[in-house]
Design a protein around this ligand. Sequence first.
Ligand code: NAP
Length: 353
Amino acid sequence: MSGGETVLVTGGSGYIGGWCVASLLQRGYVVRTTVRDLAKEAAVRASLSKITDPGNRLSFYAANLTSDDGWDAAVEGCDYVLHVASPLGVADPKDPNDLIVPAREGAKRAVGAAIKAGVKRVVLTSSVAATYKGATHRGTMAEGKADPTGDWTSDETVWTDPSAPKVSVYAQSKTLAERAAWELIHASSTGTTLATVNPALVLGPVTSGDFSESVQVVERLLSGRVPGIPRLGFNVVDVRDVADLHIRAMTDEHAAGERFIAAGQYAWMGDLADLLRAKMGAGAAKVPTRKVPNFVIRLAGLFDKDLGSVSSSLGVKHDYSSDKAQRMLGWKPRPLEETIVDCANSLIANGLV
Ligand code: NAP
């Protein structure tokens, strides 16, 4: 428990930010959160109230990743900062700076304010997208990793090359933001330390209709909004376990200066569809059974930006290891089935599918 320490969570209106706020409150912390617009406070409180009662330990501050205003006031007097806010985007925007600038400059603003205020530690929400080996990485015989399929397993020692071909703008934005945060910490002298949490595909219970793009994977399957099942796979991680890892990375002395991948079991879309059908009964009536061949998605991707952005991942297993978080911080991701069933039930209970 916290002893009344104060934590700022940026982006409490978001999926992961909201669960971080709730988990901190449940553990006795005093919590501040930033939102772009204070008019969102009522909606965020309503969403949080489905998880916990904040009492008088939660307050709201206005701060935008694209402006200097408000950051110093939000951070002043905090013991820790969880910098979670950043724009998401599966499809590449026309102008890469629409994602890159808020992500990178926002990270600099949040981490810079934390250093200035002398907080003990910042935990930055990065992504496995910043630990990407590359679309065509096949390893070498010398590395003992040669794999003609293009499959690979990555870990925290790997850094995405933002200039490599087929690296999405979102992956660039997360890599450049994380790099900028490390550079600021390394150049600082106030003793503030940094750790990063790099989640894979985050699923689990939602508490409002304003959910993250990642949840669309389950939402689209349940509502039958996909014509068939592509051969795409991901490491799934539960949003509650992601929040838990942020708090472990915030408080464990050994976490300072470290990156931690938050990834659970690897699952193909077909596995998720099978799981929904097996566990959700009538709730899974619209989940498609038809498999869509890779060439069809690639062809459709020429015309549809969302499909185009996933074409290079079709049929290959890009796996991310969370051994480090489990070994160093005692973190334990819950079973895939619990995450998917709780995600589906929450979408149904909130009338979202
Ligand atoms: P989300 O629900 O869309 O939340 C994004 C948050 O960022 C929201 O609070 C949003 O505020 C805030 N934000 C966006 N642009 C902003 C700006 N210009 N100024 C201030 N705040 C801004 O997404 P999420 O899944 O929780 O993502 C949170 C973090 O986790 C991000 O850093 C993301 O890259 C990372 N992540 C997510 C996943 C995943 O699968 N979901 C995986 C890996 C990493 P508004 O409510 O005002 O829009």
